[in-house]
Design a protein around this ligand. Sequence first.
Ligand SMILES: [Zn+2]
Length: 152
Amino acid sequence: MPLSCPRCRTLNPDVAHYCRQCGLRLEVAGGAVAGAGRIRHPNPLVSAAATTAVAGAAHLHFGWQPVGGGAPLLSTEALELTVFNGGYDLANVVLRVRGDGDAGQPLFAITRDIEMLARGQAASLEIPSYELPGPLHTLHVELVSAEFGAQE
Ligand SMILES: [Zn+2]
């Protein structure tokens, strides 16, 4: 059965490792075809501001700080979450964001959407203070789903 490239929709022979049209690597570990956001780019970009890997994603990284910068002082401060895409252009990125407090207790779990996140771009997401019931110690970000974005 021919394999449809998840990025450019070109049909490829089912034994193909790379898309003949756009060069996307079609196969991941276990022989499965990965979706957008999970396929490794041959030349990933890095960001100094977003250094923690997003779980379940290839080349998505995040960093966070209180809105306005500096060290978190009050639990009432809103947080700014920065998500950087060092891989393929993405659209309709859905992320699950979980925060833990100082004692490791779960504080909140929310989902956030990013409409467009091109390669090399960072998106800023604000988590308002009313969603933070206490001081945040650890943030976990996981990729729920994504689509391939516009191609150049
Ligand atoms: Zn392709």
